[in-house]
Structures are given as structure tokens and as C-alpha cells.
Design a protein around this ligand. Structure first.
Ligand code: HEC
Length: 204
């Protein structure tokens, strides 16, 4: 037989446990909020109605003739890969250095290699699983296209290739462009491209 004290204890315990699980019910009063910090404050949410502004909109448009800090993007060659006439720039506006190439390689292997393959032959892992195969980057046409065109493909995508503007910031787009040039050269090099001291080690 259970002792009375044990029965009382178990009853209380089960009441406690059961009520602590009692959640998700609508209540009239707001929950007790011991330390409110700055959790509730008068503010507007995006897209909310405003009774303050005449047009009733909380979100304001930029004042005419102004540009937000850092949004000027005056250097159109750098930001759009084009010149004033709208033609693709021939040369990468970012000076190509070893760290830039390394960064380009790093980003290429992450963002482009899944489709284009690590060497740019268009045989990436995604293609082996059935994605539309991209062209090899080692065809003459793509060897000759402007650096600006390459930048534009990353920024805006092209035909079946999606845009990578959100994943890849401007500097990295140029770094990848520089790296693709190195990759193209690596797959189409002449013996004269190899430093003389190591030419002997290469099998022709
Ligand atoms: C999801 C797969 C995929 C990824 C990732 C991808 N590409 Fe592509 N890419 C394609 C496909 C598919 C095409 C062929 C597009 C067409 O002609 O329809 C293509 C075409 C291209 C071309 C040729 C454009 C031309 O003028 O014909 C270049 C250059 C290129 N991609 C560069 C890149 C670079 C650089 C990256 C990484 C930032 C990248 N791609 C990432 C699928 C991809």
C-alpha cells in the first residue's frame, strides 16, 4: 500500500508536470515579462502602414538626387564590366597578383567547379548527376571573350546558367575571371610558357 504522503506527493508532482506542458493555448493577458529590456518599443515594421507620412507608407524612398553611402558605383568598368559606351571591357580592372589568382581559384572551385569542373572542361559533379552541361572554357571563343563578358556571366548569368551575383561580390568576380584566364592558359600552353629551368622536367 502507498502511504498517504506519497500519494499526495505524486499527485502534486503530476499536476506540476502536466501544467508545465500546458502551452499553446490562447490567453487574454500578455505573458509575464520580467525583464523587458527593449523588447517592446514603438517602431514600424517593413511595409507597415504609417499614419505619420501623408502617403501612408512607412518605408521612404531615397530623396531625389541623392545616393546612399557606398552605392554610387561610379566606376562602371569595375561594377558592370563595361565601358561608357556599354561595351565589355577587354581587361580586368583589378590588377592581377598571386593573391588575387589564389582567391579566384578558391572561389572558382567553390562556385563554378560543381558545373564547370575543376579544370573548366564542363564535367562538374552536378553535370554527372544530370544538369545541363556547360561548354568547356577552353574553346577558342571563350578564350577570346573580353574579361568584362566573363564578369557579366558571373553577375547576370547567361542562358541556362544562373546569376551568381548574390553569392560572389564584385572583387571575387574579377578574381575568378583572372583565375579562368590562368586556367585557360594552363590547358593551352606552349613550351615557351614554361620557365626555362623546369622545361627539361616536362614530357612533351
Ligand atoms: C549550375 C551550374 C553552373 C554553375 C555553378 C556555373 N555555371 Fe557557368 N555555365 C553553366 C551552363 C549550363 C552554361 C551554358 C549556358 C548556355 O549556353 O545555355 C554556362 C556557361 C558559362 C560560360 C560561357 C558563357 C558564354 O559566353 O557562352 C562562362 C564563361 C561561365 N559559364 C562561367 C562560369 C563561372 C565563372 C562560374 C562560377 C562563378 C560558373 N560559370 C558557374 C552552368 C553553370
Amino acid at each position: 500500500m502507498l502511504k498517504l504522503s506519497k500519494v499526495i506527493f505524486l499527485t502534486l508532482l503530476s499536476v506540476f508536470v502536466l501544467t508545465s506542458c500546458y502551452r499553446g493555448q490562447p490567453k487574454k493577458k500578455p505573458p509575464i515579462h520580467l525583464i523587458p529590456d527593449m523588447d517592446s518599443q514603438p517602431r514600424y515594421d517593413a511595409q507597415e502602414y504609417s499614419s505619420f507620412f501623408q502617403d501612408g507608407s512607412t518605408m521612404r524612398t531615397p530623396i531625389q538626387g541623392t545616393v546612399a553611402l557606398g552605392e554610387l558605383k561610379e566606376d562602371i568598368a569595375y561594377h558592370q564590366g563595361k565601358d561608357e559606351r556599354g561595351n565589355f571591357v577587354k581587361e580586368n580592372p583589378v590588377p592581377v597578383t598571386l593573391p588575387v589568382l589564389r582567391r579566384g581559384q578558391d572561389r572558382f572551385d567553390i562556385y563554378c567547379a560543381p558545373c564547370h569542373g575543376r579544370i573548366g572542361d564542363g564535367n562538374g559533379i552536378v553535370v554527372k548527376r544530370g544538369y545541363l552541361p556547360p561548354p568547356t572554357l577552353h574553346q577558342d571563343r571563350l578564350r577570346r571573350i573580353e574579361d568584362g563578358h566573363m564578369y557579366d556571366v558571373i553577375k547576370n548569368g547567361i542562358r541556362n546558367m544562373p546569376s551568381y551575383a548574390h553569392q560572389i561580390p564584385v572583387d571575387d568576380r574579377w578574381a575568378i575571371t583572372a583565375y579562368i584566364r590562368a586556367l585557360q592558359r594552363s590547358q593551352n600552353a606552349a613550351i615557351d610558357d614554361v620557365p626555362e629551368e623546369i622545361r627539361g622536367k616536362i614530357k612533351k
